[in-house]
Design a binder for this molecule. Structure first.
Ligand code: NAD
Length: 247
């Protein structure tokens, strides 16, 4: 039997809600915390009846109705940051600002149990910079998810210079348990974006240049890329979808 792991999710926005749903569906107890009451209410809605929520998973035959109810019951939506402090793992999904992340990790490090693993869903800040805000750099790791989290298998596990093998293994095993396909990559202090977003950003830059040069419209570029490479969306559509949660 798999052990019950308690996970905290810091930030209940587009990504935090999806991450909480995935972890709860994998059998974890999840405390989802946000500073915004409205964000917590929206996250609950997204997980329940959202386009990629548990009800739609039932309709698509991915979960039974009972499993969907149980997954939702395993998530608590809380305005109390202290509810994260006894978790085995906390995944941070607050906005992509290094100052906010550093402050959040400093607070988590101060209050969480010493053995708690702290993971960031940053899209590309060096894990070393975030880990430096803590006294547990060996237990700080990047776990970069893709949107929509309940659907995408992507799990970019970013090993900081001080991240321990045990932390990498624990998080990778959890990602596999949640149906993801973890790939461990090295941290970089040189450029934002780890692997996936560096390559993606290069593609977006080129797509914008093509549009700016008047060679094709944004809609035409999107359609060409979908038709040529069987991508689910073109570069501009991907950017829109990721920021809106594909609603
Ligand atoms: N949207 C995407 O496609 C995507 C994909 C992968 C990674 N990411 C990364 O995930 C992170 C979150 O992105 P998002 O799109 O979910 O953002 P979002 O704006 O939808 O959600 C962020 C949430 O964090 C809350 N928040 C802010 N400060 C907080 C604090 N100190 N404590 C608790 N809650 C706080 C906000 O109220 C908000 O609800 C970012 O680092 C982003 O780069 C985003």
């Amino acid at each position: 039997m798999e052990t019950t792991i308690t996970a905290g999710v810091l930030g209940a926005g587009v990504m935090g809600a999806g991450i909480a749903q995935v972890l709860a569906t994998a059998g974890l107890e999840v405390h989802c915390h946000d500073v915004s009451h409205d964000a917590l209410a929206a996250a609950r809605e997204l997980i329940d009846t959202g386009r990629f929520g548990v009800r739609s998973a039932v309709e698509r035959g991915k979960l039974t109705a009972v499993e969907a109810d149980e997954a939702l019951d395993r998530v608590s939506f809380t305005e109390r940051p202290e509810d994260l402090h006894r978790c085995d793992l906390v995944i941070e999904a607050i906005p992509e600002r290094l100052d906010l992340k550093i402050a959040a990790f400093r607070a988590l490090d101060r209050h969480c149990r010493p053995e708690t693993i702290l993971a960031t869903n940053s899209s590309g800040f060096p894990v070393s910079a975030i880990a430096a805000a803590t006294d547990r750099p060996d237990r700080v790791v990047g776990w970069h998810w893709a949107s929509p989290a309940p659907v995408m298998r992507f799990a970019e596990i970013v090993r900081g210079p001080s991240t321990s093998d045990e932390t990498v293994e624990t998080v990778s095993a959890l990602a596999r348990r949640a149906g993801k396909n973890p790939i461990v990559v090295e941290d970089t202090a040189m450029a934002w974006g780890y692997v996936a977003n560096r390559v993606y950003a290069a593609m977006i830059r080129e797509a914008r240049r093509v549009a700016d040069e008047g060679i094709a419209t944004r809609e035409e570029i999107d359609q060409l890329m979908v038709d040529c490479f069987r991508w689910p969306a073109g570069p501009f559509g991907m950017t829109r979808g990721a920021t809106s949660g594909w609603s």
